[in-house]
Write a protein that binds this ligand. Structure first.
Ligand code: SAH
Ligand code: SF4
Ligand code: F3S
Length: 471
């Protein structure tokens, strides 16, 4: 690995703006007897969760205190997702609910961040129809939060600057992680794949890999702090390094991270089948820390649809990856994403998807009904009627539920290592946790086990979870 000397750091402008807001927030504290509060709400994927941890980290560094109540806040940040229409509508209706808060608290600033606002038609809509939104902040601009706050405070104008979403990301942004034992680490940003249905390349810009030294230092520090489960993030994580000149790739990074001493699991997502090569699977198989889990979105089991989706692999290639994974890592958990009702999907195409489900036997599936995204090629293709989409979606779920349940049965009677997440949200009488394969387990335990590894003997399993007794 070549030493890079030009590692970017937090800019002087950002630091100066942070310092100014911090001083102003001290004045607020002196006048009100409490610090101003920040409320951060996140929609979307893990990448957005990771970005929100930076937005929160910056806010705390500027002297805000975190609150879970939007009506208590002086700064509200809504980090939005644009992957499907429903995600955008949810974000817009949430922002709509904050209108009355502004009337109650004139000091309140409302910022809308993330994937939705990097689309021109959405930022225009926010500007015109949501006059109480003070600023937008794009997906490559978390470090600009302090500057944007200053700009808004200085001017009577709201700040709707549209920035370059492919600009280099800054290192050194303070991060406030939501968990003390599970961590997201973004290792690359953006996506170059332009799958014909997907908005991500348009809202997150081109692929940019972080310097491996920065990634390794971050993971090492997390392990030293006691983090037990670390997930490397990228829209297409195994294309890491393609923008580097020295050929250093994702498998190389994973191999180096695996050398870090400690008791932790290392995961990564999301992998694209076109970039999931044998080298990566070999590194996984020979590793100490890389969890035996692979999320490999298939999207469709029809070669014609995969071509129309611009996915650059066919079902034979997909199956060969799965076979090699199972050969090298027999206990690997394999999960996937499926889109149902992509334009032009025939009954036969859909049957092809069900056939792959039966052949691969995924442990879990994230399935979505195709949602047209403005500006993507598939939005202009001939659409599958809603009722057909809905009926296929139900059949997909039924098929997968039976498979998922069967996949979990061999675990009954085994004792598994589980990272405990504390009290279950759905069943507060129990604790929940995750296995190395990332399966959810429910069991009885004291809350003091939160963040620790425990051994659980599995007594029962359904399609979505395992149930057992702590040993
Ligand atoms: N970069 C990742 C994840 C992208 S978003 C990947 O390539 O796999 C997560 C999932 O959302 C995708 O895998 C896909 O299944 C789904 N998705 C993306 N765009 C969609 C759309 N327009 N309609 C429905 N589902 C979509
Ligand atoms: Fe979207 Fe495809 Fe990129 Fe994934 S790989 S983010 S599905 S364009
Ligand atoms: Fe949504 Fe953006 Fe993630 S569109 S799925 S939050 S990359």
């Amino acid at each position: 690995m070549k030493q890079q000397t030009d590692r970017p750091a937090l800019s002087a402008e950002c630091k100066a703006a942070m310092e100014r807001v911090r001083r102003e927030n001290e004045v607020f504290l002196a006048a009100n007897g409490r610090a101003p509060r920040v409320f951060v709400l996140t929609f979307g994927c893990q990448q957005n969760e990771a970005d929100s941890e930076k937005l929160l980290g910056l806010s705390l560094a500027m002297g805000y205190e975190q609150t879970d109540l939007p009506d208590q806040a002086e700064l509200i940040l809504v980090n939005t997702c644009a992957i499907r229409e429903h995600a955008e509508q949810k974000a817009l209706s949430t922002v709509g609910q904050y209108k009355h808060l502004k009337a109650k608290n004139p000091a309140l600033l409302i910022g809308v961040c993330g994937c939705m606002v990097t689309q021109e038609h959405r930022s225009e809509e926010l500007k015109r129809r949501y006059p109480y939104v003070d600023f937008i902040l794009g997906t490559a601009s978390q470090h600009r939060l302090p500057q944007v706050i200053c700009k808004r405070r200085d001017a009577s104008r709201r700040v709707f600057d549209r920035e370059d979403i492919s600009s280099p990301m800054e290192e050194g942004i303070p991060i406030r992680r939501a968990s003390g034992y599970r961590a997201w680490v973004s290792i690359m940003y953006g996506c170059n794949n332009f799958c014909s249905y997907c908005i991500v390349p348009y809202v997150r810009g081109r692929e940019r890999s972080r310097d491996p030294h920065a990634v390794i230092a971050e993971v090492r520090a997390l392990v030293a702090e006691g983090y037990r489960d670390i997930t490397l993030l990228g829209q297409n994580v195994n294309s890491y390094g393609k923008d580097r000149a020295d050929g250093y790739d994702f498998a190389d990074l994973l191999r180096e991270l695996d050398r870090i001493e400690g008791d932790f699991w290392l995961r990564f997502m999301t992998s694209h089948p076109k970039d999931a090569g044998r080298k990566l699977i070999d590194v996984m198989a020979e590793s100490r820390h890389v969890a035996h889990q692979f999320h490999l979105p298939l999207q469709s089991g029809s070669d014609g649809i995969l071509k129309a989706m611009n996915r650059h692999y066919d079902t034979a290639r997909y199956l060969s990856i799965v076979d090699y994974l199972r050969e090298r890592i027999p206990d690997v958990t394999i999960t996937s994403d499926i889109i149902v009702g992509f334009p032009g999907e025939s009954e036969e195409d859909f049957e092809g998807t069900l056939a792959i489900l039966r052949r691969v036997r995924f442990d879990m599936l994230y399935s979505f009904i195709y949602s047209p995204r403005k500006g993507t090629p598939a939005a202009a293709m001939e659409q599958v009627p809603r009722d057909v989409q809905g009926a296929r979606f139900d059949r997909l779920l039924q098929t997968q539920n039976a498979i998922g349940k069967e996949q979990n049965q061999p675990l009954v009677g085994r004792t598994l290592r589980v990272l405990c997440d504390g009290e279950s949200k759905t069943n507060p009488a129990l604790c929940s946790g995750r296995t190395e394969g990332n399966k959810i387990v429910f069991f009885e335990a004291g809350r003091e086990h939160t963040g620790r590894f425990v051994n659980v003997r599995i007594d029962r399993a359904d399609a979505f979870a395992l149930y057992g007794e702590r040993q």
